[in-house]
Write a protein that binds this ligand. Sequence first.
Ligand code: FAD
Ligand code: SIN
Length: 529
Amino acid sequence: MRVVDFLIIGGGVAGLRAAVGLAEVGKVLVVSKDGLEESNTAYAQGGIAVAMGGDEDVALHLSDTISAGDGLVNAKAAAVLVEQGPMRVEELLRWGTGFDRYSAGSEQNGELMRTREGAHSLPRILHANGDATGKEIAVSLLRTVRGLERVELMEWTTAVDLLVCRQGNAERVVGATLLDAAGELHEVRARAVLLASGGAGQVYSDTTNPAVATGDGIAMAYRSGAELMDMEFYQFHPTAFALEGAPRFLMSEALRGEGAWLINSRGERFMERYHPGLELAPRDVVARAIAHEELAGPVYLDMREVGKKMDLKARFPGISGFLADYGLELARDPIPVRPAAHYLMGGVRTDEHGRTSLAGLYAAGEAACTGVHGANRLASNSLLEGLVFGALAAEAMISEQGSIEQGAADSDSSGLVDVADVEEWIAQLQRLMWRDAGLLRDAAGLQRAQAGLQALRQTATGQGAGKSGLTRRALEARNLLTVAEVIVQAALGREESRGAHSRLDFPRRAEVAKHSLLRRGQLRFSGQI
Ligand code: FAD
Ligand code: SIN
């Protein structure tokens, strides 16, 4: 057994920012199941939204966040996000994050560049290397963390389950079991555990998320009895690359921020029929508009006009490089796009300090749900969320008192997936989730999804006669199934359309906004969190 003060599961923006805070008081172990360069953070393109222009600016960022969230935003958490955001971004600047600036001597003389994205009332999004903001933030956070003696980084190490100590009615998370690259299991005990394990885009066949986004932390927490919140709210980014056989590479919303149009198969610009904000309407609105237009043929992102005024290869080098491999150019070609699963608004319920419903367990970033995004996240608020709530979770974890529990503790290792072909089993799950629990939902589809998931659960155990073994992929399969099940359960229970959750059979928004709360199979809705 290994003992550390703090265990952090995940090395994206939330986990790394928390590590910086925790290292001030104790020994921190950060585990990442892949190399540290693999996380949603590292793929973030458009930028980081932050209001650095004083009180009025902050108030506007707050009201944009609340409006985008369609009645369900936890205003207290959103206020924390926008008010503490500037301080956290200043910190990044001190740690050497190279956000893009106007050149010295120009009219704006070295000022930070700011762009606009959907549902923002003004340009407030900082970016780096054009469209590689997440990578720049990840690199500078990693550089900072690597300079801290008390932080140990363990890559290629998968957290399997949380360890829970039960004494009478009291439950406390006291550590986790880890699977290392050599296939060895280890037990780590800690004063407090932080889930910073990111989202779950891999639950869908069409996603912008990298392979690591399998919802592990959420599933682990749920198995241990933690409460999940708003799991039905999956954000579908409107504009993922849509060429058959190609990955759903993100075509950043910043393209539309710089003036890109959306056109349909007849070459018509169509967003005026859906929202006065046109291409910069909230994401859920744009995604549904594209899905509707797609019924008549492919939809394209058109930057040909913008390309006459701006060097698009310089502004969007990553996207331009990707498109070049397909013989496409932003300034010359309409780019085929369609929605893809992008960001989970729901997650492990926490307060603004990352405290979950289980003692000793904290969560921050995309794995957590403070309610800050409500039913629909405002573009580029997620990197900021990781910084702000990662730092706050660290502050709360520091105040954990007492000795580190090294006595008996157990974990729920049920539901291990053992099938002959784990990749095909996962692909089936992803396809059925996309088809029946995706952008547009109804009871019949969701019930089909539920039945399909039940069938997958029945085939999951024992069919492979030990073939899957205790591998990272088999563990991910188990977690994907859990996350898929809770998404479908919550989506069936929410009989309204709100934000990213669109029910064709309940097209209206309920009068009273309620959060869904799910614990040990029991779903309830509450206006209070
Ligand atoms: P992540 O960055 O996903 O990190 C999760 C970490 O947990 C990884 O290190 C992973 O290896 C580890 N992990 C997971 N499971 C386990 C396990 N079982 N054991 C050990 N380690 C584990 N947001 C913005 O604000 N602006 C943008 O411009 C933007 N663009 C985006 C573009 C793309 C293509 C994508 C996919 C997302 C984008 N987002 C953007 C969203 C944003 O990047 C993420 O929501 C955010 O980075 C999540 O940070 P995180 O720290 O919570 O998780
Ligand atoms: C993008 O660049 O469009 C992604 C921004 C985000 O997810 O917030």
